[in-house]
Design a protein around this ligand. Sequence first.
Ligand SMILES: [Zn+2]
Length: 316
Amino acid sequence: MAKAFASAGDMDDKTVSFTEIGEGLYAFTAEGDPNTGVIIGDESVMIVEAQATPRLARKVIECVRSVTDKPISHLVMTHYHAVRVLGASAYGAPEIIMSDVARAMVAERGQEDWDSEFERFPRLFQGHEEIPGLTWPTTTFSEGMSVYLGKRRVDIMHLGRAHTAGDAVIWVPDQEVMFSGDIVEYHSACYCGDGHFTDWEDTLAAIASFEPKSIAPGRGDALVGEEKVAEAIANTADFVASTYKPAARVVARGGTLKEAWDAVRAECDPKFKDYAIYEHCLPFNVARAYDEAQGIDTPRVWTAARDKEMWAALQG
Ligand SMILES: [Zn+2]
């Protein structure tokens, strides 16, 4: 029997955890669904990642209100993906921060990505009727910027390409805690369909060089303590390399996409089969690895139609 497309077969609600990962810092996680970070300053709150819909964002706000009454003043998006950004309207009118590359990706492929992710994640997009449109930043940065939430400084930085070309990480120096977006995942597959495999490892090394005490990853449980952080970074690096290297070997000998698919599966299934969204991500990851190994630097735009065509060719 053919597998349900992407995450269309995953309709069961996930259990939410709201974990303190430093003083005044929280990770909203939900068993491999997209995470959100919370940074409480002296007068106001910064949210990292908006969620897919205003409905999901309100679940985050409910958790925030269990720990603080301060207003939400800032919303940072680590990248342009629909499941991260389209819930933004629930937070009122905060300052919305993205890298300039992420903003360019909203302009170039934001609508296509929305249409495509809508079909990939029907559960996350329940209540989508409320989404007012694409989410645009009010502030952008190139390499990095600092926001002062009163005395608390928050550094927002682009450390290199990885999950997308415009990835940002958020660093809270007073607690040495990082919000990594989808550059780091924990027991969840990395989505590499818009990724840059050969840069990803260096970007992970750049994150590790901060020696974070905790990380809120893009998906999966909060990583509290240096041991957990190191484990997740190593697992993520292994996932990315185990996807790219077999595909690149197939490309080097002139093999087909289907051969790359078989080679990546042989390498990844034994290690990552039980990771969240593994089967969902695999065809997109192989398709992108195959392109990158052929020298295609800019990931091709995914559309709802291209999604289905590729799924039928590989997972069908
Ligand atoms: Zn993403």
